[in-house]
Design a protein around this ligand. Structure first.
Ligand SMILES: *[C@@H]1O[C@H](CO)[C@@H](O)[C@H](O)[C@H]1NC(C)=O
Ligand SMILES: *[C@@H]1O[C@H](CO)[C@@H](O)[C@H](O)[C@H]1NC(C)=O
Length: 435
């Protein structure tokens, strides 16, 4: 039965891809068939007890309550679904804007531009590719509604209400979240993972553990989830992920639902025309997922890191390891992050961090590295100095001598592998034990 369903599922995915690439409308009944298969696979794919419990907590958090506002988890989820459901509309509006700008070019020049590079054709192609991408965005919505048990009617009503209040679907958050198909779930994104991941995975792989006594690992700020599944694949770890962004969670849920490897295609670079070496590169598709992880063990806890693990079901003092990757600089209040990491670890538990100090808009504290080290020590961490970390960067130089507590390495990040620009960061790596 299960094999049959998996076969059906595979076939369904392939058909979906087929229909996505040849630009034909999907028959209604076909969507229904896929939906049933998805529902069955999810329930049959032996969701573990831990997953079932977390799903029930998730549903409790998502339930509408007296305090209904933009910060309510269901409101944030519906806002993200609104964003994905308007992918085409929002992006085609942008193409239209580009077309209008092009109209300013004098006719004689336009003739040359058209004859030599066919700029109008490029605009047309991009428009078409946004329509292709929209099929993925629609699938994300469909899968999301199914997964979170939200009806299309509820979403429609939410969207109508929001648009009546002139709230525009968030194009940037959607586009940024979908770029994680590349970073986390494609072969092309390996360039972004290959330097950072081995530092963390290499250390974890050497930790003493067994299937009978797995180590509990928490990954806050898990994004689209890749690192967590790679940790799980090392064996004998019980992995919990945490992510606040509903956009990211939708992308993560969709990317790991189990389509065939590299069966989905997405054009990640058409929304931003800067730094492209060639137009062909800009237009190219990236296939995903390059890897189908086992999803039956990893648990994703959605919500704010500093609050979702507190309260009744508090996980205080229960984790052996907490891994933060490109995370700590996202804090509004980094002190709360430090305290939460400390509280959740077992005494003697390990905090492993890798990432830059690139503060966004409006953090309450913008600390330098030495200040983070001092404050972490004050909160109750002891940094490990280990020459065997040689594979992970070099000791961070700096006034006051960080005494080998922190290492720095270069991590290509957010990089279009064939583009002209290189957004890369010097990331810091450290391990510190809860005293
Ligand atoms: C598959 O899903 C359908 C609809 O949700 C349900 O009626 C059916 O019982 C499920 N089959 C199995 C084997 O779970
Ligand atoms: C889905 O939501 C409906 C109400 O909208 C509820 O009756 C049903 O029990 C929910 N299903 C699950 C699996 O939570």
């Amino acid at each position: 039965m299960r094999l049959l369903l998996q076969f059906l599922w595979l076939w369904a995915s392939l058909m979906n891809i087929a229909s996505a690439t040849i630009a034909e409308p999907e028959p209604e009944e076909w969507q229904d068939i896929t939906k049933v298969i998805v529902a069955n696979i999810t329930s049959l794919e032996d969701r573990s007890t831990r997953q079932a419990e977390e799903y029930s907590r998730l549903q409790d958090r998502l339930a509408r309550s007296a305090s209904w506002n933009v910060n309510h988890p269901r409101h944030r989820l519906l806002t993200a679904l609104h964003g994905f459901s308007r992918y085409k509309e929002r992006n085609l509006a942008e193409v239209k804007r580009w077309r209008n700008l092009y109209k300013h070019v004098p006719k004689a020049q336009k003739t040359v531009v058209e004859r030599i590079v066919g700029y109008t054709r490029k605009l047309n192609t991009v428009e078409h590719l946004f329509e292709e991408n929209d099929k993925i965005a629609s699938e994300i919505v469909r899968y999301g509604l199914d997964y979170y048990n939200i009806s299309q009617a509820e979403l429609d009503e939410f969207v109508a209400e929001a648009e009546k209040e002139k709230k525009v679907a968030d194009r940037t958050s959607v586009v940024q979240a979908m770029k994680h198909f590349v970073r986390d779930w494609s072969e092309e994104g390996f360039i972004e993972r290959r330097d950072a991941f081995p530092c963390i995975l290499g250390y974890l792989a050497r930790m003493d553990r067994s299937e009978e006594r797995p180590l509990r690992v928490l990954v806050p700020g898990a994004g689209a989830g890749r690192l967590g599944y790679e940790i799980d694949a090392l064996g004998a770890f019980e992995v919990t992920l945490n992510e606040w962004s509903a956009y990211m969670n939708l992308v993560h849920r969709y990317a790991t639902q189990g389509p065939a490897p590299n069966s989905l295609a997405y054009h990640p670079y058409i929304d931003w025309w800067s730094h492209h070496a060639t137009t062909a590169d800009m237009l190219r598709a990236v296939t995903f997922p390059d890897w189908i992880p086992s999803t039956s063990r990893v648990v994703m806890v959605e919500g704010d890191f500093t609050t979702v693990f507190s309260g009744e079901d508090s996980d205080s003092g229960t984790y052996d390891v907490i891994v933060t990757l490109f995370f700590i600089d996202t804090a509004r209040n980094i002190m709360s992050y430090l305290e939460t990491i400390h509280r959740l670890l077992k005494p003697g538990g390990m905090w492993m961090n890798l990432g830059p100090l690139l503060y966004g808009t409006g953090p309450w504290l913008q600390l330098s590295l030495d200040e983070i080290v001092l404050l972490s020590e004050a909160v109750g961490f002891e940094f490990e100095v280990d020459e065997a970390d040689r594979g992970c960067g070099n000791p961070t130089p700096g006034v006051g001598g960080l005494d080998g507590k922190v290492r720095s390495l270069y991590v290509p990040y957010g990089q279009n592998a064939r583009g002209l620009s290189r957004n890369a960061y010097d990331a810091q790596f450290w391990r510190a034990r809860r005293v």
